[in-house]
Design a protein around this ligand. Structure first.
Ligand code: ATP
Ligand code: MG
Length: 366
């Protein structure tokens, strides 16, 4: 899988960009605040990832009312032209080979990328939401059914939260509560099933990478933490469903009293341990970085096993903070697919990496 060409109009600090990429290594090189991360963000966006912006309007250039992205992509032995039109105050329009797509998930089904950026340290350090997002992003790209269940679940969760919140003033709202719990348990069972299977595969891939990365000194362990009544998260959604429903029923009174959704996979976590200790609480800076990178590179390997192709790997600001041994390790691990790596002008990395060097300055290729 690869992106051969990218065109941007009014995306972040790019007024206009037309870039042709190398099928293997692309080094995005430049001073701070010139547009390196923005370029990676544009590629990630075309693969259905929106990691930095909470709203599309943040991606549109200041003072302009629309932005346009176009990527020529080679995926599953076929050429695709992916386009995204962003407007302030209107819904985005996505197209693949000129045909309108229903949603972001459809685009993610065509073109896949794995991104590693400095914010990914939160993946280890922060609360469970960051790790759920990692799981959701990975599985959505692999399984359209998961993406569907996830957006359904999120919609129901929001709605049920509103019902619980407003029920004090309007108790009749609670009449619909059980119906929402039932639908949430249905969608939730699908989420748990797919998360459990993905984590099973992560457990095969990530510890080996982390082990190599740390020169065999550290042992990474991953564990899925979900709703306590679920006896086997890998079971079929049909079998998980009644167990989820039972948990919701036993929390019904507490949910009404606290006016919050207390039961369901929106509280799931992927527990990361290094040498038996919780990474969230105890990992050092370097261990945190290593563990986060191992999770990302493991996801890339799982994609490859699944689809026969490596997703495009986007590495933002990774190498410059690693010691030479770890840099070399990363460089050895990323061969095979197309890679984009950003680095600053004072780095000696471009020479080390080979491939195509694209220098950006002030939102332009130099
Ligand atoms: P660093 O080396 O510091 O990570 P970078 O090259 O990755 O720098 P980017 O994050 O790509 O820098 O940002 C480049 C510039 O784009 C920043 O100065 C930022 O203020 C600007 N920028 C961000 N969003 C927009 C926007 N919507 N419109 C115009 N400019 C923007
Ligand atoms: Mg940057």
């Amino acid at each position: 899988m690869r992106i051969d060409r990218l065109e941007l109009d009014f995306f972040r600090n790019y007024v206009h960009l037309d870039a042709v990429f190398d099928p293997s290594v692309n080094v995005i090189y430049g001073d701070n605040a010139q547009g390196k991360t923005n370029l990676l963000e544009a590629v990630a966006y075309l693969s259905g990832l929106s990691h930095r912006a909470r709203y599309d309007r943040e991606l549109i250039q200041f003072g302009v009312d629309h932005a346009f992205l176009k990527g020529q992509v080679f995926s599953r032995e076929r050429d695709f032209v992916l386009e995204a039109e962003l407007h302030r105050g209107a819904r985005r329009v996505l197209r693949s080979n000129g045909v309108k797509l229903k949603n972001f998930a459809e685009m993610a089904g065509t073109f896949q990328s794995v991104l590693f950026c400095p914010e990914d340290l939160y993946l280890i350090r922060e609360g469970a939401a960051a790790r759920r997002k990692y799981l959701d992003d990975c599985i959505c790209q692999l399984r359209p059914r998961y993406a569907q269940a996830l957006s359904e679940y999120k919609r129901l969760h929001e709605h049920k939260t509103r019902i619980l919140r407003d029920s004090e003033e309007k108790p009749s709202l609670l009449d619909t509560l059980d119906e929402f719990s039932l639908s949430m348990a249905k969608a939730g069972a699908v989420l748990i099933h797919y998360r459990a299977h993905f984590i099973k595969r992560l457990r095969q891939a990530a510890p080996a990478i982390h082990g190599d990365f740390s020169g065999g000194r550290e042992r990474l362990n991953l564990r899925y933490e979900t709703v306590s009544t679920v006896t086997d998260p890998e079971a079929s959604p049909k079998d998980i469903f009644p167990q989820l429903l039972a948990h919701q029923e036993s929390h019904r009174a507490a949910e009404i009293a606290s006016r919050q959704c207390l039961s369901g996979p929106h509280k799931d976590d992927l527990v990361v341990e290094i040498d038996g200790q919780s990474a969230k609480s105890f990992a050092s800076q370097g261990q945190t970085r290593t563990a986060a990178l191992s999770l990302k590179l493991a996801a890339r390997e799982i994609f490859q096993q699944d689809t026969g192709e490596y997703p495009v790997l986007l590495l933002d600001d990774v190498l410059s903070e690693l010691d030479p041994r770890r840099q070399e390790f990363v460089l050895n691990r990323i061969t095979g697919g197309q890679v984009f790596i950003t680095c600053c002008e004072d780095d000696r990395l471009p020479a080390m990496l080979g491939g195509k060097v694209l220098q950006v300055r002030g939102g332009k290729l130099v």
